[in-house]
Design a protein around this ligand. Structure first.
Ligand SMILES: [Zn+2]
Length: 433
C-alpha cells in the first residue's frame, strides 16, 4: 500500500478508475472569454496550492466594478499562523506566490520580446514553490512504476505487443529518471501526456483489469506532473486575450475561521454510532436495513471501527471550513460585486462531496468547477449566519443543512442498493466492491 494511506482521518469512499472523468480541454484557444477567465482563475489557484495535504487547497474569486480595479480574493483551508507571544507571524507564501505570478503576467505585454523568458521564469518559480509536492508525486510515480515493471517481467500484464513495448520502454526510463522536478514537469506536459503511452495507461485504468489501480495512479500522477506547465499555458493565453489585465489589481486573503476539535470524544468514536445518525431518518425500515447491513460489511472488510479509534487516539482531529466555502461565506455576508458579473469561484482541486452539495444548495450565490465524491470526516460548515441581520439567509442555511443530511442518507442507500464497481477507500488501493 502506498504512503498515501497515512492520511486516513480523511477517509471516505471514492469513485475511481473504471470511468475516469472526461479529460478537461487542454487547449485554451478553444475556449470563449468567460470559460477562459474561469480556467485562468482555477489554474491560478492551482499554482498557489503547494502541499500534497489538504491544508493549502486554495480558492479564488474576483471582485470589481465594470472598469475599476480587480480584487483577487483568495482563501485556503488553513490560514498562515498569526504572530503570538513575540513570535513573528507565519509568512503567507501563497500570497507571495500569487503576487509574483500576477506581477509577471501583467509585465508580459503581448508584443514584448521577453515573453519566452517571462514564461520560463514563471514556470521555474511555480515549480520551486511546489517543489515538495512535485517531488512527492515523482516518488509515488516511481513506486507504482516499479510494481508495473515487476508485473510486466512476470508476464502478468495482458497487453498487445506494441503497447507492451511502448510501456516497457517508458517504465525503464522513469525508473532511471534523475532530472530536476522542473525538467520532469516539462516532460510530463510536452511528452508523456501527449504520447500514446498515456492513452495505454488511461485505457488500462478504464478497463478495470486486475492491476487497474496502478494504471489509474500513474494516469493521475502524469496529470498532476503535467499540470504546472498546463496552468501556465492557460494563464498566458488569458493574459493575451482577456481585458482583465488592462486595469490595476489587488490581492486580499479571506482568513479561515479557527479549526475546531472533532465533536466526539475518542471513546464515542463508534462507527455504527456515527453512520447510524445518517440513516436513522430513512423512513422505510427495509431501506434502513439495507444501509445498516452494507455499512457493517464495509466495517468488517476494512476494520473501520478500529481505525477510527486508533486515529482518534493518535491525534486531535480538527474540523476545517474548506477554502471555497470561506469565500462563499464572504460573498453571502457582504455586498460582494462579482467582477464581470460572473459568480464563479475557482479552486485548486475539485470540491469535495460535502462542499459541492453545500454549494449546489447556494446555486444563486456561486458557480464552481467540478467535484469529486470524497467525503472528509473533518469537514465543517461555515460559521452560522447572524440570525438578526440576515434572517432569510439564516433560514435558508438551516434548510440547506437539513437537505444535505437527507441527501447523504439517500446517497448511502443508493451506494448499497446499486453497487458500482471501481470504488475504493480513499488513500488506499483497496476496492470497495
Ligand atoms: Zn470541501
Amino acid at each position: 500500500m502506498s504512503h498515501r494511506s497515512n492520511n486516513s482521518s480523511d477517509s471516505g469512499i471514492q469513485k475511481t478508475a473504471t470511468l475516469p472523468s472526461p479529460e478537461p480541454k487542454d487547449d485554451p484557444s478553444l475556449l470563449d472569454d468567460e470559460a477562459l477567465r474561469r480556467e485562468f482563475i482555477r489554474h491560478l489557484a492551482y499554482l498557489c496550492n503547494f502541499d500534497t495535504a489538504g491544508d493549502r487547497v486554495t480558492a479564488i474569486v474576483l471582485e470589481g466594478s465594470f472598469s475599476g480595479p480587480i480584487t483577487f480574493w483568495f482563501a485556503s483551508n488553513i490560514s498562515p499562523k498569526p504572530g503570538r507571544n513575540g513570535e513573528p507571524a507565519e509568512v503567507d507564501r501563497m500570497r507571495e506566490s500569487l503576487q509574483e505570478t500576477l506581477d509577471m503576467l501583467y509585465a508580459m505585454k503581448p508584443s514584448d520580446d521577453s515573453r519566452p523568458l517571462i514564461k520560463a521564469q514563471l514556470f521555474a518559480k511555480s515549480v520551486e514553490y511546489s517543489k515538495k509536492k512535485i517531488e512527492n508525486y515523482i516518488s509515488e510515480l516511481k513506486e507504482d512504476v516499479k510494481v508495473l515493471q515487476s508485473l510486466k517481467n512476470a508476464g502478468a500484464l495482458d497487453l498487445n505487443k506494441p503497447d507492451e513495448e511502448m510501456l516497457s520502454k517508458w517504465l525503464k526510463n522513469v525508473l532511471k529518471l534523475n532530472d530536476t522536478p522542473e525538467v520532469i514537469c516539462s516532460k510530463a506536459y510536452y511528452d508523456w501526456k501527449l504520447s500514446g503511452l498515456y492513452e495505454v495507461v488511461r485505457r488500462e485504468a478504464r478497463q478495470g483489469g486486475a492491476y487497474r489501480s496502478y494504471f489509474e495512479n500513474i494516469r493521475h500522477l502524469i496529470g498532476r506532473l503535467n499540470h504546472t506547465m498546463k496552468a501556465i499555458v492557460f494563464l498566458i493565453k488569458a493574459r493575451d486575450k482577456l481585458m482583465l489585465f488592462d486595469r490595476p489589481f489587488r490581492i486580499q486573503r479571506e482568513h479561515s475561521p479557527p479549526a475546531v476539535p472533532f465533536p466526539l470524544p475518542v471513546h464515542e468514536m463508534d462507527f455504527a454510532r456515527i453512520t447510524g445518525k445518517l440513516i436513522e431518518d430513512l423512513a422505510d425500515p427495509v431501506e434502513r436495513h439495507v444501509c445498516q447491513a452494507g455499512l457493517e460489511k464495509l466495517d468488517q472488510k476494512f476494520g473501520l471501527s478500529d481505525k477510527l479509534i486508533t486515529e482518534g487516539t493518535a491525534r486531535v482531529w480538527r474540523l476545517k471550513v474548506h477554502a471555497e466555502l470561506i469565500l462563499l461565506n464572504k460573498i453571502r455576508t457582504t455586498n460582494f460585486e462579482f467582477a464581470y458579473n460572473d459568480r464563479y469561484i475557482g479552486y485548486s482541486k475539485p470540491a469535495c462531496y460535502c462542499c459541492s452539495m453545500y454549494m449546489k444548495a447556494q446555486h444563486d450565490k456561486c458557480e464552481f468547477y467540478g467535484h469529486h465524491e470524497v467525503a472528509y470526516l473533518t469537514w465543517q460548515v461555515p460559521p452560522r449566519l447572524d440570525q438578526d441581520c440576515l434572517h432569510q439567509d439564516a433560514a435558508d442555511d438551516d434548510i440547506c443543512l437539513e437537505n444535505m443530511i437527507n441527501q447523504i442518507g439517500s446517497d448511502i442507500l443508493e451506494f448499497f442498493r446499486d453497487p458500482e464497481p471501481g470504488r475504493r477507500l480513499v488513500g488506499t488501493k483497496e476496492f470497495v466492491h
